[in-house]
Design a protein around this ligand. Structure first.
Ligand code: C2E
Ligand code: CA
Ligand code: CA
Length: 401
């Protein structure tokens, strides 16, 4: 366990002192104690030595934990947060999801009283992950540089495998855009996609990406590997009702069938400009492309609203998947979602499979497909076949579960 600095936000004096002691016993070298949200916020915003971990109560007089989390998110706080509260588990879960959607790095939640036995496993898991996944706040790249990058064709897909949970076989991959920047190396989408979307550049770049993807699917096919690919599509692409025809022409130019391509849209995208979006999506489906709803559960549409879309697949957002084995509420949500999706004839994909426990729980709940760092991170095209060979080798060496 690395040395770390912590802040405890807890209005109850005795519980705060105990919490601080527990943090020290877990390896905290410094613990800042705050009795209310305002004091904690002041520390987060102005301390020259920011805390690595914030242990945060939810129910407090004055600024409650929810408001505190919103404020620190607005401030761009990079600390990791653990909730410790006596509130109902459903409220705790809502708070966790809210914090994650504000962009806060959530470690987990524990009920009070805080103890070393509850805190230590969370901290251990967090620090091991942090080493394997450094998390930098997404720096937005300047528009002029993005435009130059587009002209120089520096945007390309990485591929993350999608695995059949029952058989362990590769059933596809998701194409995730990366910018091969001449000086900075590979830049993730959070640093350029929002600006591309706001400046109407995304549709053009997406077309280029799809062209590359189709040629790659063809190359894999020639090498004896069938890899249908999912692509992420923004609302701007859906407004273009000629998209299905163009996709069809591009697909057949490669000698491929439309079902080699899955279009992923988020609930929000699908529900924006509903007329055009539905026309485009329905036509894509009629032509035989697959359609998946991405980040399911983070938007506000009900399953019933989603049945308006001609879907073939539901991707359950990682918020509901990562760590699901630890909490009964998450597992219950997952089970209900998978059951409903199956009743509607949809395949289910669980995103954010980060551990063996995540894999086991989605397998147990009958989810069809798994995707996540536990299987593989997104990778350049040429690494996929060697990775798959190693994956199959590893699995065949495993005792049957
Ligand atoms: P998304 O479509 O939800 O993609 C999944 C994101 O989760 C990817 O981040 C992926 O690298 C990451 N991920 C995969 N497995 C795990 C895991 O086990 N744990 C965790 N914590 N994360 C995991 P990435 O590549 O940074 O992409 C972020 C978002 O950018 C995507 O989210 C998607 O919304 C958008 N995006 C990526 N490529 C494109 C594109 O070509 N076009 C458009 N419009 N959006 C794209
Ligand atoms: Ca996606
Ligand atoms: Ca997603």
């Amino acid at each position: 366990m690395p040395a770390f600095r912590a802040l405890i936000l807890e209005d109850h004096d005795f519980q705060r002192r105990v919490g601080a002691q527990v943090l020290r016993s877990c390896g905290a070298t410094e613990v800042y104690e705050a009795a209310d949200g305002a004091a904690a916020l002041d520390y987060v915003c102005s301390s020259p030595t920011p805390a690595d971990v914030l242990l945060c109560d939810l129910k407090m007089p004055g600024m409650d934990g929810l408001a505190f989390l919103r404020h620190i998110a607005e401030h761009g706080c990079a600390s990791s947060v653990i909730l410790a509260s006596a509130v109902d588990a459903s409220i705790m879960r809502a708070a966790e999801i809210m914090a994650k959607s504000y962009g806060i790095r959530m470690v987990g939640a524990i009920d009070k009283p805080v103890s070393r036995a509850k805190l230590m496993p969370l901290l251990l898991r967090h620090f091991t992950r942090q080493i394997s996944r450094p998390h930098a706040a997404a720096e937005q790249m300047p528009l002029t540089e993005i435009a130059a990058g587009i002209a120089a064709r520096q945007f390309l897909p990485f591929y993350q495998p999608k695995i059949d949970v029952k058989t362990g076989m590769l059933v596809g991959a998701e194409a995730l855009m990366r910018w091969r920047h001449p000086e900075r190396g590979f830049i993730p989408p959070a640093s350029f996609i929002p600006l591309m979307e706001r400046n109407h550049l995304i549709a053009e770049v997406t077309f280029d990406l799809i062209k590359t993807v189709l040629a790659q699917i063809r190359a894999w096919q020639s090498a004896g590997l069938s890899v249908p690919v999912a692509i992420n599509v923004s609302v701007e692409s859906l407004r273009d009702t000629s998209l299905p025809d163009r996709l069809e022409a591009m697909t057949s130019a490669e000698g491929l069938r439309p079902n080699c391509l899955t279009i992923e849209v988020t609930e929000t995208v699908a529900m924006t400009d509903v007329g055009h979006s539905l026309e485009t999506l329905a036509r894509c489906r009629m032509k035989g492309f697959e359609l998946s709803v991405d980040d399911y559960g983070t938007g506000f549409s009900s399953m019933q609203q989603l049945t308006r879309l001609p879907l073939s697949e539901l991707k359950i957002d990682q918020v509901f998947v990562t760590g699901a084995a630890e909490g009964t509420i998450l597992a219950a949500l997952l089970e209900t979602t998978i059951g409903m999706a199956h009743r509607l004839g949809l395949k289910t994909v669980a995103e954010g499979i980060e551990s063996n426990e995540d894999w086991n729980i989605v397998a147990q709940l009958g989810c069809d497909i798994a995707q996540g760092y536990f299987i593989a991170k997104p990778m350049p095209a040429e690494e996929l076949a060697p990775w798959y060979g190693a994956w199959l080798g590893k699995r065949s060496g495993r005792p049957a579960e």
